[in-house]
Ligand binder design. Structure first.
Ligand SMILES: [Zn+2]
Ligand SMILES: [Zn+2]
Length: 351
């Protein structure tokens, strides 16, 4: 499909510097497909790139089209591509695994050593079209609403974290109430956690959302947290901590409130190394610490489709803001304000 398309391009290695430009529509390589993007959503990662923080400076090489959360329609197949059809309603696993390293060959492609991420290491979905290896595409159930299809990348993080723990009937503390933390609250409710403690910091907007999504207790990390957990768990502590904040203080607090032989499941990414009392808080308590990265390929995706179409989990309240793609700068400002759940972009005029 020759011609040009509208794209949000990070043009320079500096804060901001995202311009809406007409750029050449990419052509799919032999085992790739071209997808017309219908909806995309903004992730914390996109904010890091926008703000040009240290992580972005080390990883991103402009010019780059950002965006890895989307849903759309297959419009063109590469010469050798045969796994999907033109017209398929798709989303995609944004981590492109190499398929040849030890991890990939032993069922752990989600921690591939040579991973490439769309919208990070190659052009992404904040554009009218995006190309992807055909095997990364996931055909969505026809009855999955667009706004649910686009949030599967972050929801997959929540799913992998929740199912790495033993949640039903148990006490669970969720640190970090960004969109993934909020989805996690709703998911823990859907799978019948015993008690759900949602722990935020100072963002009242998101503390309120956590309550709406079904947390039994909404607590602040800076206000007598260990005492409150002690009281509400009859002195037992929580069975599982799901750490999604990326705050060193939250990680250490999680180790304090988890019961001996409990689990701490960590999705958060921390700005720098920090110290932990390993002997007292992990070893002699017999605590398991489990890192979570990406989504299992592709077990998490199949499970997500089941959850999202089950009628037993309502993530609709997570989507709080909708913008036309041309209003991308405004959408980014809302996302950066923290007074938002998930912010979605509709790519077509009048959609
Ligand atoms: Zn994301
Ligand atoms: Zn690999």
């Amino acid at each position: 499909m020759a011609g040009t398309m509208l794209a949000a391009v990070k043009t320079k290695p500096q804060s901001g510097a995202v311009e809406l430009l007409q750029v050449p529509t990419p052509a799919p390589k032999p085992h790739e497909v071209l997808v017309r993007v219908k909806i995309a959503s903004i992730c914390g990662t996109d904010v890091h790139i926008y703000d040009w923080d240290e992580w972005a400076q080390a990883r991103i090489r402009p010019p780059l089209i950002q965006g890895h959360e989307f849903a759309g329609e297959v419009v063109e197949l590469g010469k050798e591509a045969s796994l999907v059809n033109v017209g398929d309603y798709v989303s995609a696993e944004g981590h492109i695994a190499c398929n040849t390293c030890y991890q990939c060959r032993t069922g752990n492609a989600h921690v591939c050593r040579n991973v490439q991420i769309i919208g990070v290491d190659r052009d992404g979905a904040f554009a009218e079209y995006v190309t992807l290896p055909e095997e990364n595409l996931v055909v969505n159930p026809a009855n999955l609403p667009l706004e649910m299809a686009t949030i599967q990348d972050p929801f997959g993080n929540a799913v992998q974290t929740v199912f790495s723990a033993d949640v039903p009937g148990n006490y669970v503390a969720i640190f970090g109430l960004g969109p993934i933390g909020l989805m996690t609250v709703a998911l823990c409710r859907a799978v019948a956690a015993g008690k759900i403690f949602a722990i935020g910091h100072r963002n009242e907007y998101r503390l309120k959302m956590a309550e709406k999504l079904g947390a039994d207790y909404v607590l602040r990390s800076d206000a007598g947290l260990p005492e409150a957990i002690d009281r509400e768990t009859e002195g037992r502590g929580v069975d599982h901590v799901l750490e999604m904040s990326g705050s060193p203080e939250a990680f250490n607090l999680g180790l304090k409130i988890v019961r001996p032989a409990g689990g701490v499941h960590v999705l958060g990414i921390y700005p720098e190394p920090f110290s932990v009392d390993v002997s007292s808080d992990i070893v002699t308590k017999g605590v398991s610490v489990h890192g979570i990265h990406g989504r299992l390929m592709y077990e998490t995706w199949y499970r997500m489709a089941g959850l999202l179409t089950s009628g037993r989990l309502d993530l609709a309240p997570i989507i709080t803001h909708r913008f036309a793609f041309k209003d991308f700068p405004e959408a980014m400002e809302v996302m950066k304000s923290g007074r938002a759940g998930k912010v979605v972009l509709y790519m077509e005029e009048g959609a």
